[in-house]
Design a protein around this ligand. Sequence first.
Ligand code: FAD
Length: 385
Amino acid sequence: MNYPLDHQDIRDAVRQLCADYPGAYWRECDREQAYPTAFVKALTESGFLGALIPEAFGGSGLPISAGAAILETIHHSGGNAAACHAQMYTMGTVLRHGSAAQQQAYLPAIAAGRIRLQAFGVTEPSSGTDTTALRTTARREGDRYIVNGQKIWTSRAEHSDLLLLLCRTTPRDRVKKRTDGLSVLLVDMRECPAGSLTIRPIRTLMNHATTEMFFDNMPVPASSLIGEEGQGFRYILSGMNAERILIAAECIGDAKWFIDKATDYACERRVFGRPIGQNQGVQFPIAKAYAQMRSAELMLREAMRRYEAGENPGEEANMAKLLAADASWAAAEACVQTHGGFGFAEEYDVERKFREARLYQVAPISTNLILSYIAEHVLGMPRSY
Ligand SMILES: Cc1cc2nc3c(=O)[nH]c(=O)nc-3n(C[C@H](O)[C@H](O)[C@H](O)COP(=O)(O)OP(=O)(O)OC[C@H]3O[C@@H](n4cnc5c(N)ncnc54)[C@H](O)[C@@H]3O)c2cc1C
């Protein structure tokens, strides 16, 4: 199906690149739980992963809608950008809050693909969604910090050079607000002494290269601090709109893939002497998912318009992520159902994409927490937690 869209040239180029990485490629990676190294390399070399980095630092300086077009197209082509999408939004923390020295040291190298900033360590096993309760500490000792603690679900850590790490620099009982006293360190994992950093992969429902990380008196140069000590939570929050927007775009790409796949199959597959797509019971879930996807897409456009105008699209970005994740999940369900037994067969890619699409109800933010955000910050109801 042809969808009327912006950044058509970028979409065409990404689609062409993705054609070299068909379902068979992703199936093999999925089977082995292997990182899609060749795909990420191709995407990096083509400059797409540096699309949002300003030209002054060697990137393309494109707006967020271009990043969204890239990620959406990867997902619409049947691939999975989760292996590398984080760099597009974690880079923004360095860009907005990093020092000139940090920007010069890292952004050109990231844009050129010489180093990767793919790991983002916020979630911890004991605190979960309650981020300010995190327990990883960074203690200042002379010209370095000593980091102790643990992170979980730190995706791509084994395939990244840099880690954007949120940790506590002032104990929670010594700050006025629980959001104070947290700091962001840009950790160069290549320089961490042996034994101070342990990364363990976690096998998951889908192929995601996620890990748990353990920090044991890990020394990090004080020059790795992003912005001001104690203000880290604010810096992480300031990147959330971009993250929501880009993930929503991936969900929309997934939804389109499922809708296209389901529609084609419904038209081809003949049972009782006619295409199954002639039955309204088969048509309606696909049509409904399409309507959900299009409305999510409109909300996403509004979020991007406001983002690119320099406004704060917190409401629209959150709603776009919520609606897009729901649309992709509805489309995934309709696609499996339309394929009947073949929806479960590996070679159709439907079951793989189905597993991949499930994540976005939980991460990077769960649907409940977006609903809480809308209830509290948009509708003015009391905070529920
Ligand atoms: C594959 C994968 C990759 C990930 N990658 C990263 C990463 O790279 N970096 C990173 O930092 N994190 C990452 N995460 C973590 C992800 O952001 C969290 O899993 C997510 O935020 C939910 O936190 P939790 O798992 O601790 O769930 P919990 O906080 O334990 O919540 C469990 C359930 O309870 C619900 N819940 C909790 N509190 C409330 C409340 N007050 N009201 C209503 N419902 C509530 C949640 O919605 C959720 O459904 C990843 C997770 C996964 C699964």
